[in-house]
Design a protein around this ligand. Structure first.
Ligand code: SF4
Length: 335
């Protein structure tokens, strides 16, 4: 079970008298977490087949990018986390031997143009460790970009007060922000510290009871725009164990983003993304990319293989029937 962990700063943003406070919902334990559906798995987006190293820390799924899980530590724990399996295993940072192997792997794969640091939250590492780690990859001539995925500016924006030397070595920060109330004055100051050095994008997770309305998503995009962050991805929640209560129906998710189109300028419209279970890759979800075959089943084209994958949405048991969640249609036809 994922331990409850949050910072004093984030605690102060929550209205604890409101039983439906959206910020509290993201970090507070809920009974529904005890209910794991058969389709939910510790590897919801199929990282394992693309992973390298003893702790599977280097993930090379797309030819031009590699993702390195540098730690399992985070400033706070998000109840919907799709890597909660790793976080639950306790605090652990990438070991020296595995880092050396990861550097060698990237150096030996000239098609890799970008390294993405993720985790856990990479900003859990000290500045010294981050500078050392990034510096080793920076020496690889074919690597064009270092990207950092983080939620620290939301949970503990003061972490960015001392980040200037690291930020100079980073090309892109992708900050996970899910609600307009997370975009505080303190968050704005954190972004102001990073902005001179790197591109700033956000990624959000579409979460039932948190931001699953046109008003909430529109407010989020405008709040981010005010502090110089470009809305980038809106993730449909992955099939992590005990997270069904966070998943809205897929059709509703697409309708929400469709309605946002009429409310937001194009440059503030995040792309609705679904990571197809089984390691079939991410797709931008819209009615053109997603062919509905019955109330709860959709055909999606894998960006990696080009094959059609059957995706059956997995909602709470009392809301929708649950069956196979992602099936390669070509495999079915061969059987
Ligand atoms: S910060 Fe990221 S890795 Fe950490 S618990 Fe939240 S979603 Fe998971």
């Amino acid at each position: 079970m994922l331990a409850v962990k949050l910072t004093d700063y984030y605690r102060s943003l929550i209205d604890w008298d409101d039983p439906h406070d959206p910020l509290a919902r993201m970090v507070s334990f809920a009974e529904e977490e005890n209910r794991q559906l058969p389709e939910e798995t510790d590897d919801p987006i199929g990282d394992h087949p693309h992973s390298h190293g003893p702790s599977r820390a280097l993930i090379h799924r797309y030819p031009d990018r590699a993702l390195l899980l540098v730690t399992s530590r985070c400033a706070a724990h998000c109840r919907y986390c799709f890597r909660k399996f790793r976080i639950e295993q306790g605090d652990a940072d990438l070991g020296e031997a595995e880092l050396t192997e990861a550097v060698a792997y990237v150096a030996n794969h000239p098609e890799i143009r970008e390294l993405i640091l993720s985790g856990g939250d990479p900003l859990s590492l000290s500045n010294g460790r981050l500078l050392d780690l990034i510096g080793r990859f920076r020496r690889i001539p074919h690597l064009c970009s270092v990207r950092v995925h983080t939620r620290y500016p939301v949970y503990q924006p003061a972490r960015c007060d001392t980040l200037e030397a690291v930020a100079r070595q980073v090309d892109v920060f992708v900050v996970q922000v899910n609600h307009a109330r997370e975009v505080t004055e303190r968050f704005a100051q954190a972004m102001a510290r990073l902005r001179p050095h790197a591109l700033l994008y956000s990624q959000s997770v579409l979460l039932r009871g948190v931001n699953d309305s046109v008003e909430a998503l529109s407010a989020l995009s405008w709040s981010l725009a005010r502090v110089g962050v470009t809305p980038y991805y809106l993730h449909y929640p992955d099939l992590a164990p005990g997270t069904a209560h966070f998943r809205p129906p897929l059709e509703q998710a697409m309708a929400l983003v469709g309605a946002l189109r009429g409310r937001l300028p194009g440059y503030l419209l995040p792309r609705l993304i679904l990571d197809i279970p089984g390691g079939h890759g991410k797709i931008a979800l819209d009615h053109a990319a997603c062919q509905r075959i019955d109330d709860h089943t959709f055909l999606l084209r894998s960006p990696l293989s080009g094959r059609m994958i059957e995706y059956r949405e997995v909602l709470e048991p009392d809301r929708r029937p649950a069956q196979n969640h992602a099936v390669d249609v070509a495999d079915c036809q061969r059987r």
